[in-house]
Unconditional design. Structure first.
Length: 341
């Protein structure tokens, strides 16, 4: 069986080697497991960080496939079902955080899914929405779960609210946009690329601002007719909180699901006096994952896919696109056995 694996390099700066290698076919060892024929997988920035030495050496948290074999009796799944994989383990239903040791697939403690076949617990498999292609389904799990928890569990977004989503173009931000639009929120976005803002508008955003401009916060307020924002969904970190504090309502919420710009934020006394909350949000529980998949199916939401390559052998090309940061949506590898791409 072929899989994308990482081997250590001694170059500076660190960028570990990624290659397609032959590894033993996984076997079902206990009741409740299922063997998947993987149809498509998608990349997350986390996979890039692994290559930069910030994580252990196994790749891949996102994938879709068909069940080839099950072990033990199961009323939930059968051979032939097309399923998406819960991208983490150790978190069942507690809305506050994981109940057990929590691991994302491909993080060293749990095998990654960048392979032709993959073994998962049947409880971690969920029927892929019928309206999605394999590429779109592969783009859903990690970004969808992260966006769902950020928007609804932590952000408490609802109809009629003004919501700002920063850094539009990434998988999480785009799915957060789709979720907010689906419930009737007024969504605004930021980006350093005006073309990405226009694409976001075509997907339902009201408008957006280029954060490279000196007064981008004032621009957003004008777009919103002078009304304050209720929620910010932020994956950047850094100095943005200063502007968020100025445009949020009293008691507004900032949900931080990542810090790609700078690994800290400046939470000032001005934010305290205005009762503004910063809420950290990472991934989510199995219950939230099911809620997200059901919501996507109900509202016929489609994850944005920027580009699809054939086969695991194309992984290096996808990594190069991710390093350049030019994509709008997820980067996907399709397998030869895929049936819907």
């Amino acid at each position: 069986m072929k899989a994308v694996t990482i081997s250590k390099t001694n170059t500076e700066p660190t960028y570990h080697n990624a290659s397609v290698t032959d590894i033993p076919k996984p076997e079902l060892t206990e009741d409740g497991q299922a063997l998947l024929d993987v149809h498509a997988v998608s990349f997350n920035h986390r996979d890039l960080w692994i290559r930069k030495g910030q994580y252990p050496v196994f790749l891949g948290a996102d994938g879709v496939g068909r069940i080839a074999e099950v072990k033990g009796n199961s009323s939930k799944h059968k051979v032939g079902d097309r399923v998406v994989v819960m991208p983490s383990t150790g978190w069942d239903k507690d809305p506050r955080g994981p109940e057990e040791a929590y691991y994302i697939l491909g993080g060293g403690h749990v095998n990654g899914i960048f392979s032709e076949q993959f073994v998962a617990q049947q409880d971690d498999l969920f029927k892929a929405p019928d309206h999605l292609t394999d590429a779109e389904a592969a783009a859903l799990p990690l970004a969808g779960l992260t966006a769902w928890r950020a928007v609804f569990t932590k952000g408490q977004v609802r109809q009629g609210q003004n919501v700002l989503i920063t850094g539009i173009g990434g998988g999480v931000a785009l799915l957060a946009l789709s979720f907010c639009v689906a419930v009737g929120a007024n969504v605004y976005v930021t980006s350093s690329d005006d073309a990405k803002i226009l694409k976001a508008v075509s997907l339902g955003a009201v408008g957006g601002a280029n954060y490279k401009e000196s007064k981008w916060g004032s621009h957003l307020q004008r777009l919103a007719g002078g009304e304050p924002f209720d929620v910010v969904i932020d994956g950047a970190g850094g100095d943005g909180v200063k502007t968020f504090t100025q445009i949020l309502r009293q008691g507004g919420i900032i949900v931080c699901y990542g810090m790609t710009v700078k690994p800290k934020v400046d939470y000032t006394m001005a934010a305290v006096l205005r009762n503004i909350e910063i809420r950290g949000s990472t991934m989510g529980s199995r219950v939230e994952f099911k809620e997200m998949v059901d919501f996507v199916a109900k509202h016929k939401i489609k994850p944005a896919v920027s580009q699809v390559w054939p086969g695991l052998e194309s992984a290096e090309e996808a990594f190069n696109v991710m390093r350049a940061g030019s994509q709008f949506g997820k980067l996907v590898l399709s397998m030869k056995n895929s049936s819907k791409l």
